[in-house]
Ligand binder design. Structure first.
Ligand SMILES: NC(=O)C1=CN([C@@H]2O[C@H](COP(=O)(O)OP(=O)(O)OC[C@H]3O[C@@H](n4cnc5c(N)ncnc54)[C@H](O)[C@@H]3O)[C@@H](O)[C@H]2O)C=CC1
Ligand SMILES: O=C([O-])CC(=O)C(=O)O
Length: 329
């Protein structure tokens, strides 16, 4: 039986994450090895030529699952019939730019894109915002799309989740695949909180196994939270392949489900769980099934965790208030 292709829109398609992402989408890693895809590449006019070059290379791979590629600088065209939208293109912070300037510049991107999604996307649209500041950009896009269920707008903290698993594996000598139930709470920023208190390593509690609060506070948390900056320092450019990989993981898990006995981390609109104010897009532990996600409930939050979750959530509420003042939500 031939399946109907899924329409996947990628913004910022000519950028470095786009370049690492598109080939994996086209080869079946985003949705599965039997799901054909149509790619819609949305760029600004200056990015169109490079996007065309990438599309030529996609053609040259002769991917059996890739049915069609369309390149555009018109968001209404780019999101037409979109089932999955990966919002990667964003305005990076440049020298001398204040936080308000950054939020405002990104509002100019994510507000119209949210409206274009509202007006043109398929009814089952799922949105992942990668472009920074990802959580608040997702909030801006969501606010501009009142006809789309709010929970379809998500922000990427899967890269942080994967980074935390890798650091924990290195510390304990465990295999990455033995680590389950790790959580990233809060914002995709230096205030994020990677939580190992409920994580398990080969079935044993990770925090008890590590048993080293100094390592947790002074090494693990800052290493994960500042990893993006460390990559920029080392590579001279921000994470690209690992960010693309995390975007693939985020959508794949959302669509195909979490494994029994595990969960993942996603930036999602808060329903008020764990004292996180309703509406802000914050990272939570979630399980997924049949294309929907649920916040893992009933976790005991100790004092160490509470203070760190609260600090990141405070930053998110400040970002929300700032974009509210700018009239972006
Ligand atoms: N959430 C996360 O974990 C991570 C987020 N990021 C963020 O992802 C974003 C993209 O990173 P890179 O690909 O490295 O940047 P890049 O600068 O290489 O590419 C960005 C692309 O977006 C395009 N673009 C800009 N405005 C656009 C618009 N309105 N519509 C469509 N395309 C537009 C640009 O022309 C450019 O081709 C950045 O904001 C970066 O900070 C990066 C790594 C991890
Ligand atoms: O800081 C950046 O621009 C890149 C980023 O988000 C990350 O690597 O986590």
């Amino acid at each position: 039986m031939t399946r109907t292709p899924v329409n996947v829109t990628v913004t910022g398609a000519a950028g470095q994450i786009g370049y690492a992402l598109l080939f994996r989408i086209a080869s079946g890693h985003l949705l599965g090895p039997d799901v054909p895809v149509n790619l819609r590449l949305l760029e600004i006019p200056q990015g169109l030529k490079a996007a065309e070059g990438t599309a030529m290379e996609l053609d040259d791979c002769a991917f059996p699952l890739l049915r069609d590629i369309e390149i555009t600088d018109d968001a209404n065209v780019g999101f037409a019939g979109a089932n999955v939208a990966l919002l990667v293109g964003a305005r990076p912070r440049t020298k001398g730019m204040e936080r308000g300037d950054l939020l405002s510049a990104n509002g100019g991107i994510f507000k119209p894109q949210g409206k274009a999604i509202n007006d043109n996307a398929a009814d089952d649209i799922k949105v992942l915002v990668v472009g920074n500041p990802a959580n608040t950009n997702a909030l801006i896009a969501q606010a501009a799309a009142p006809d789309v269920p709010a929970e379809r707008f998500t922000a990427m903290t899967r890269l942080d989740h994967n980074r935390a698993i890798s650091q924990l594996a290195a510390k304990t000598g465990a295999a990455v695949s033995d680590i389950k139930k790790l959580t990233i709470w809060g914002n995709h920023s230096a205030t994020q909180y990677p939580d190992i208190f409920h994580a398990e390593i080969a079935g044993k509690n990770a925090a008890e196994l590590v048993n080293d609060e100094a390592w947790l506070g002074d090494t693990f948390i800052p290493t994960v939270a500042k990893r993006g900056a460390a990559i920029i320092e080392a590579r001279g450019a921000s994470s690209a392949a690992s960010a693309a990989n995390a975007a693939i993981d985020h959508v794949h898990t959302w669509v195909n489900g979490t494994a029994a006995g595990d969960w993942t981390s996603m930036g999602i609109p808060s329903d008020g769980s764990y004292g996180v104010p309703e509406g802000i897009i914050s990272s939570f532990p979630v399980t997924t099934e049949n294309g929907t996600y649920k916040i893992v409930q009933g976790l005991d939050i100790n004092e160490f965790s509470r203070a760190r979750i609260d600090a990141s959530v405070k930053e998110l509420t400040e970002e929300r208030d700032a974009v509210r003042e700018l009239g972006l939500i």
